[in-house]
Write a protein that binds this ligand. Structure first.
Ligand code: PEP
Ligand code: MG
Length: 600
């Protein structure tokens, strides 16, 4: 079969291997009525079942290697919490008493009602949380029937295999050693399976309809984690093609790796700073390995997500300190939490409007919850003595948000001084420009703040009115729209005029083909996924800003999209210059497709 099955890509490149299909499907729930005299026995079975699952989850947690991704523990925590949640356990107990039904029946009815409530929430992230309930209920039912996790029984041999299932519980995924890929029928990019696959660095394709029916044990698979495609028993010519792609990608990695220690300077001698975006403290290691000059964006909200209890001051301090320690004196920009919209705290889960991108998100949420914000600010200030900390405020739209945040920062400082804690004398505070209103008044923000960071992901969303999480209009999401480009150029000019540093830290900064355009606008600082750093550096080294700047200036005053596109083509955006022979051209929908490495 040479037409691929397709699903949501989680990245991680291409793997080729044999399939192992796991049966995670249907659980046969025994249903019967009980007498009053049997009530006590059913309660005892429920308690035993719960204790057995607790031991099972604890066993998985205990066996996690010390370098297991933070998400792994967090996901197990969430399941532990559900296991003790009255909405599941006590509600099931009530059903046993009130409806005189057996425990399995009660659990399955209670879980179904809870899952329906989650499914009714119009938010892809929260919908996925219903899966936790299903999974915990499934584990309970298996424990009550006396079987462990049937999905894995005898199937995990440590062989390098691509595991195919309807879905896998995080606890089961963590027990599989030797998985080189995952294909799941259920879930999307927010699903636990996707999050875990990414942090385990195992390529996965998620949400592949009918995968379990279409793939059989032992089938040969090509799994492309970047394109979200799975070829089942591919023809030899396709296998050869993908093996060649994998070889080229590895070769390119090897060539690019040489650039890690090369100074990032354009042909005409302009120094360009390349920084890394991270979501977890341990990712700072990779940033260092890729030669990042610092952390341009640590999305601190990821410390707060997927857990039942918010991190306290000490836990946050340790996380921020870990990044500062790892970066050994290089600048580390930590963004205060950007929750709301597609990143929801448990406390926001049932709040109307919490998932709106236009609602109380980011700095608006922090200012509305000053006690929570002060905990974060104190943790940041305490960490400030361990390196070169910069604090970044997300999604500013009103200058007074800066004033209020600075007041709270000062309050946090005074609280720490009163406690006798050391705090760095000077901590630069910057703001994210990601709302058109902020870009259009960037000068005001530049004067109030120490630096600006342009968040192009949201700037595109808000400028073009394209919900960045809605796949139905994803094709309209255009970073190169003239309106977006002008707002970026305007912000860079305003920062330069105020003599304040400015950086782009949205995905656009990591798209190597766009680098010449941003350099031509005067940008000298880029922050991106660590995996993009060397490719962008390779591009910067080839650029001569003396030629670029007038070209870009002329292009930006054009009025129609066609002229701007032609201008971009002149800059090489949209074609593939400098590729080593045989390297596939870039697919514009996949910015991570490889290009050539600077060979100097
Ligand atoms: C952005 O909006 O470009 C950005 C960097 O922030 P986030 O992607 O976390 O919203
Ligand atoms: Mg943003």
């Amino acid at each position: 079969m040479n037409r691929p099955l397709s699903g949501a890509p989680t990245g991680g490149g291409i793997v080729i291997g044999r399939a192992c299909v796991l049966d995670t499907g249907f659980i046969d729930v025994p249903r019967y009525y009980i007498t009053e005299g049997e009530l006590a026995g059913e309660h005892a079975r429920l308690d035993e079942g719960r204790a057995a699952v607790e031991r099972e989850l604890q066993g998985v947690a205990d066996q996690l290697p010390h370098d297991a991704p933070a998400e792994a523990r967090a996901l197990l925590d969430v399941q532990m919490m559900l296991l003790n949640d009255a909405a599941l356990i006590e509600a099931a107990r009530d059903r046993v008493v009130n409806e005189r039904i057996n425990v399995e029946w009660a659990i399955s009815e209670t879980a179904e009602a809870l899952v329906d409530q989650f499914r009714a929430i119009d938010d892809p992230y929260l919908k996925e949380r219903g899966r936790d309930v299903e999974q915990v209920a499934g584990r309970l039912l298996n424990a009550l029937s006396g079987s462990g996790s049937p999905a894995l029984a005898g199937r995990v041999t440590g062989e390098p295999l691509i595991f195919v299932a309807q879905d896998l519980q995080p606890a089961d995924m963590l027990q599989i050693r030797g998985a080189i890929g995952f294909v799941f029928e259920q879930g999307g990019i927010h699903s636990h399976s996707a999050i875990l696959a990414r942090s385990l660095r195992v390529p996965a394709v998620i949400g592949v309809a009918e995968a379990v029916a279409a793939i059989h044990d032992g089938d040969m698979l090509i799994l492309d984690g970047d394109a979200g495609e799975v070829f089942v028993n591919p023809a030899q010519v396709l296998l050869d093609d993908y093996r060649e792609r994998r070889r080229l990608a590895a070769e390119e990695e090897r060539l690019l790796a040489r650039l890690a220690d090369v100074d990032c300077v354009t042909q005409d001698g302009c120094a360009v700073t390349l920084l890394a975006n991270i979501e977890r403290p341990d990712e700072a290691q990779e940033a260092l390995r890729m030669g990042a000059a610092g952390i341009g964006l640590f999305r601190s909200e990821f410390l707060f997500l997927n857990r039942s209890r918010l991190p306290d001051e000490e836990e946050q301090y340790q996380a921020y300190r870990q990044v500062l320690d790892t970066m050994q004196g290089r600048p580390v920009t930590i963004r205060t939490i950007d929750v709301g919209a597609d990143k929801i705290l448990p406390a926001q889960a049932l709040v109307p409007g919490a998932t709106s991108a236009l609602g109380r998100r980011a700095i608006r949420y922090s200012l509305a919850e000053p006690e929570m914000f002060l905990v974060q600010l104190r943790a940041l200030l305490r960490a400030s003595v361990h390196g070169q900390l910069q604090i970044l405020l997300p999604m500013l739209s009103q200058p007074k948000e800066v004033d209020e945040a600075l007041l709270l920062l000062n309050q946090a400082r005074q609280e720490l001084i009163a406690r006798g804690e050391p705090v760095a004398e000077r901590i630069p505070v910057g703001g994210m420009i990601e709302v058109p209103a902020a870009a259009l008044s960037a000068g005001i923000f530049a004067r109030k703040l120490d630096f600006l960071a342009i968040g192009t992901n949201d700037l595109v969303q808000y400028t073009l009115a394209i919900d960045r999480t809605d796949h139905r209009i994803a094709h309209m999401y255009d970073e190169l729209h003239p309106a977006v480009l002008r707002l970026i150029a305007l912000t860079i000019r305003a920062a330069r005029k105020a003599d304040k540093p400015v950086c782009v830290c949205g995905e656009m900064a990591g798209e190597y083909r766009v680098a010449p355009l941003l350099l031509g606008m005067g940008l000298r600082s880029f922050s991106m996924l660590p995996s993009r750093l060397l490719r962008v550096k390779n591009e910067v080294l080839k650029v001569d800003t003396r030629q670029l700047t007038p070209l870009v200036r002329r292009m930006l005053v054009q009025d129609d999209l066609g002229s701007i596109r032609r201008g971009l083509a002149c800059l090489g955006i949209g074609e593939a210059p400098g590729l080593p022979a045989g390297t596939p051209a870039r697919d514009p929908s996949h910015p991570s497709t490889p290009t050539g490495a600077h060979q100097a």
